[in-house]
Ligand binder design. Structure first.
Ligand code: G3P
Ligand code: MG
Length: 361
């Protein structure tokens, strides 16, 4: 039965490798698979399609729903069985801030369900900016004109309009503001964030202390459904920062997470290692690969569409990362990118997987 045990990518006979896939512009455009991206993913499973053969994960700067729900959604859209551990979102590192902010009032903004994301991470007093703003009469003078906001309420708005907070946001200071995903109402969000940030966390008050400001990512542009790039969270950050710095005497202090930060790639590496070990748990039980933990990946592939995010990050992360740039998203060039050249340029993600499997023999 030893022979039937699944082979580890750490197996001595085989080079060890893992793959990180960007989502927007590589795997999906909006909610539609790009080309036959599901087929590319299926190649990483055994013939039955249920057992993972090659450790891979999604490394996206997007988000707006908890990892477990995104895993379910991706499984449905792509027709493969994706575990929540394989889904690393832009805002995933926010959970590491829990120790400091667990019981503090924090506001969260972005499309989808930003406060639900934060609550699932364990933040006990996370309030969406929608809900927060609703407690301050006329904080947004333009809201009476925003008829669209009432036409398409998302679940969170419906839920939050019914929920009763056990604390009073009109007297308690906000300790931190989080941009969890791309903001929907830039004007309102910039206004209310400026109010929070320049008042020490309570609109209208005076304080020299700026609450912490965190962004899940800093993508200037990304590939959505429209044929040309759309403005991303980095563009929102520039708008907020530029306005804040013009109305306040101290420049905005903030932290951005997501690619291309090197720690994102380090984290991906350790998750891939965990995945690889779980793929070989049968083999591990019979003691065949006892020393496995001391091994490292020989190559980790980052497949992305954005040179200044995905490829820049992989280049900065260095060994064992190998970058593959597709032409299905932000990048459409004929040759390689000039400022952030990838190790390999291909047309599609199918081609990228074919290249990897060939290269790894
Ligand atoms: O909003 C999503 C965008 O910023 C990037 O997503 O998957 O290309 O990293 P992705
Ligand atoms: Mg992308």
């Amino acid at each position: 039965h030893l022979h039937s045990a699944p082979k580890s990518s750490f197996d001595c006979d085989k080079p060890s490798f893992g793959i990180a896939f960007d989502i927007d512009g590589v795997i999906l455009r909006g909610r539609s698979p790009i080309g036959d991206s599901p087929k590319a993913l299926r190649r990483l499973y055994d013939d039955s399609g249920s057992r993972l053969k090659i450790p891979y994960l999604f490394l996206t700067n997007g988000g707006s729903i908890p990892e477990s729900r995104r895993a379910k959604e991706l499984s449905q859209l792509l027709g493969v069985n994706i575990d929540p551990i394989q889904v690393v979102l832009g805002h995933s590192p926010f959970k590491n801030l829990l120790a400091r902010l667990e019981n503090e009032l924090v506001v969260a903004t972005g499309k989808g369900e930003p406060a639900v994301v934060m609550s699932e991470y364990g933040f006990k007093k996370a309030v969406s900016l929608d809900e927060y703003a609703s407690y301050f009469n006329s904080i947004d003078p333009l809201s009476p004109y925003k008829t669209w906001a009432t036409k398409q309420p998302c679940n969170e708005q419906r839920e939050s309009s019914e929920r009763v907070l056990s604390f009073d946001v009109t007297i308690e200071r906000v300790k931190a503001a989080f941009v969890v995903s791309d903001p929907v109402d830039w004007g309102r969000d910039i206004q209310v964030l400026c109010d929070i940030l320049r008042s020490g966390g309570l609109p209208g008050e005076k304080s020299e202390h700026q609450p912490h400001m965190y962004f899940a990512a800093d993508d200037l542009e990304y590939q959505a459904v429209f044929p040309f790039e759309r403005l991303g969270m980095g563009a929102f950050r520039i708008a907020l920062e530029s306005i804040f710095n013009s109305i306040h005497h101290k420049p905005l202090k903030y932290t951005s997470f997501g690619k291309p930060n090197p720690f994102v790639y380090k984290n991906a590496e350790s998750i891939l290692m965990q995945l690889d070990q779980s793929l070989t748990s049968d083999a591990d039980l019979n003691g065949e690969y006892k020393d496995m933990k001391s091994h490292h990946f020989k190559t980790l592939y980052m497949i992305g569409d954005n040179p200044s995010v995905d490829i820049k990050g992989a280049r900065q992360a260095g060994h064992p990362w190998f970058s593959i740039l597709t032409r299905t998203g932000v990048f459409r060039g004929k040759e390689n990118h000039t400022d952030y050249p990838a190790d390999q340029v291909v047309d599609t993600v199918e081609e990228a997987v074919e290249f990897i499997l060939q290269r790894e023999g």
